[in-house]
Design a protein around this ligand. Structure first.
Ligand code: ADP
Ligand code: PEP
Length: 492
């Protein structure tokens, strides 16, 4: 998306974007796949509230993802709506190959089958993308396929293959995940597929990269270095927390990641399912404390893969995830391969908005959150000032995005309208709770931007005569390392 070199007319704001009149604070991430990759559906999903499009590189190939990314950018540009592209790398996750006769094979309870390195899945042998599996797994151990919906038991090893029996049957589709909960598999720091895909992602100029099964901060640092070497200096890395190692090292991961994703699908297989809600709560609380955006993911509206309405339990799950502190909620199969991708986005949007009403009722003082640095202190003060003066909204200017990130961590319950210069900065804020964002060209003096921004808020009917507005920014002033600025406007 580009601003198309807009002409500057006096008193007008030259931005390719418009503020949202009734912005939703919680972000919606949608996985794009066969059900949603056409420009018609993408357009409707964007208009229905999708903020981030997730391309899962465990499926499809570089060519197909490149085409989808292009279609997303084209659609966003046509609609003048910002959208971020999140590239999800396969990471340290074993996957089955492609089903020989699509769409799936049926595995029946009691059936015996071989499992070993290979690219094809048939009724006799399941190929997986891990070599030497027979050295890591012993008879009696279990194998879970497709987030645990299918369970195998290892009977013996046969050469390099495992001879298994199906304990829990089901339909197995191409590229589904494989978990060996009792075994220690070895993986390099970054695998070859991830490196190739991430390099390709740089050429697509994706906005964010998600790393699967993150175990340590080192992996993230290493990936950031590679991305920088390939030309992506301002990378945004999402750490997917999927197993015990990710949970144990959460603090160090939160120090270096730009966001975390609670991968409940794999968490519920690598650990007992009943522990997932408690783990979700802990990850959200920690991420909120660090001021790092957190995405709650997987099976949120799962039944909508086949139905046009969710179950009451699913509605409750999304609502609770928002109330609990998620910055974003994610749709997976619902939008990638389900029958009702649009219904799912609209449903998600409605539930988030309803939950936010409850959050807006919070009457207490907003505490300083996040890393508690100067930006966080100023953000909490701005929200409290806006609350105490009954301001209609906060208008925040940010070059690097830091002011807006802090306002997001503060969980402002006064609407925040944000102005940044770079579109990339804007798109990378689309996983952060809470703002409606537009870009404006850089001006030497902030004063030159405030007037047009206020006018746009007025023209769009977001603010009216006699409304109070808190303006917030940080700037460099002569003689001061950093100056933080608050202004309270009473509109004429
Ligand atoms: N690019 C794609 N091409 C084909 N199918 C896809 C694609 N992306 C996602 N899907 C389908 O949507 C399902 C749900 O998406 P996701 O949660 O990302 O995958 P998974 O559960 O396999 O990790 C996938 O299992 C797959 O069947
Ligand atoms: C989001 C998840 O990861 P993926 O879709 O890559 O398997 C998950 O396991 O919940």
């Amino acid at each position: 998306m580009t601003s198309g070199n807009p002409k500057r007319a006096s008193n007008t704001l030259f931005s390719p974007f418009r503020f949202e009149k009734n912005p939703r604070a919680c972000r919606i991430v949608c996985t794009i796949g066969p059900s949603s990759q056409s420009s018609t559906i993408l357009e409707k999903m964007l208009l229905s509230g999708m903020n981030v499009a997730r391309l899962n590189f465990s499926h499809g190939n570089q060519k197909s993802h490149g085409e989808i990314a292009h279609e997303i950018r084209k659609t966003a540009q046509r609609l003048m709506k910002p959208i971020a592209i999140l590239q999800d790398l396969q990471g340290h996750k074993v996957r089955v190959g492609n089903v020989q006769h699509p769409p799936s094979i049926c595995l029946n309870e009691g059936q015996e089958i071989l499992l070993g390195h290979g690219e094809t899945v048939s009724n006799k042998r399941i190929g997986i993308d891990y070599q030497d599996i027979s050295h890591s797994v012993t008879p009696g151990q279990h194998v879970f396929l497709d987030d645990g919906s299918i369970e195998l038991e290892v009977l013996s090893t046969q050469g390099d293959d495992l001879h298994c029996q199906v304990n829990l049957g089901g339909e197995l589709h191409s590229r589904k995940g494989v978990i060996f909960p009792d075994s220690h598999l070895s993986f390099p720091l970054l695998n070859e597929k991830d490196e190739k895909d991430a390099h390709f992602g740089v050429s697509l100029n994706v906005d964010m990269v998600a790393m699967s099964f993150v175990r340590s901060a080192t992996e993230i640092i290493e990936m950031r270095l590679r991305l920088a070497a390939w030309g992506k200096k301002d990378s945004f890395i999402v750490a997917k927390i999927e197993d015990r190692k990710g949970i144990d090292n959460l603090d160090e991961i939160l120090h270096v990641a730009d966001a975390v994703l609670i991968a409940r699908g794999d968490l519920g297989v690598t650990l007992p399912r009943e522990k997932v809600p408690g783990i979700q709560k802990t990850i959200i609380q920690k991420a909120n404390t660090f001021g790092v955006p957190v995405i709650t993911a997987t099976q949120m509206l799962e039944s909508m893969i086949y139905h046009d309405k969710p179950t009451r339990a699913e509605v409750n799950d999304v609502y609770s995830a928002v109330i609990g502190g998620s910055d974003a909620v994610m749709l997976s199969g619902e939008t990638a391969s389900g029958r009702y991708p649009l219904h799912a986005v609209r449903e998600m949007d409605r539930i988030c908005r309803e939950a936010e009403k409850e959050l807006r009722n919070f009457k207490g003082e907003i505490p300083v959150r996040g890393r508690q640095d100067m930006h966080d202190k100023m953000a909490a003060s701005a929200v409290n000032l806006a609350r105490n003066t009954k301001a209609r909204c906060i208008l925040a200017f940010s070059l690097s995005g830091a002011t807006l990130k802090a306002l997001s961590a503060a969980r402002s319950n006064v609407p925040v309208y944000g102005i940044v210069v770079e579109e990339q900065v804007l798109r990378q804020l689309l996983l952060h709770w809470g703002h409606s964002l537009i870009t404006m060209p850089h001006e030497e003096k902030l004063e030159d931007l405030i007037g047009p921004a206020l006018r746009q808020l007025q023209e769009q009917g977001i603010v009216r005569t006699n409304d109070r507005i808190v303006v917030m920014a940080s700037e460099a002033e002569p003689g001061a390392k950093e100056t933080y600025l608050f202004k309270l406007y009473l509109l004429k």
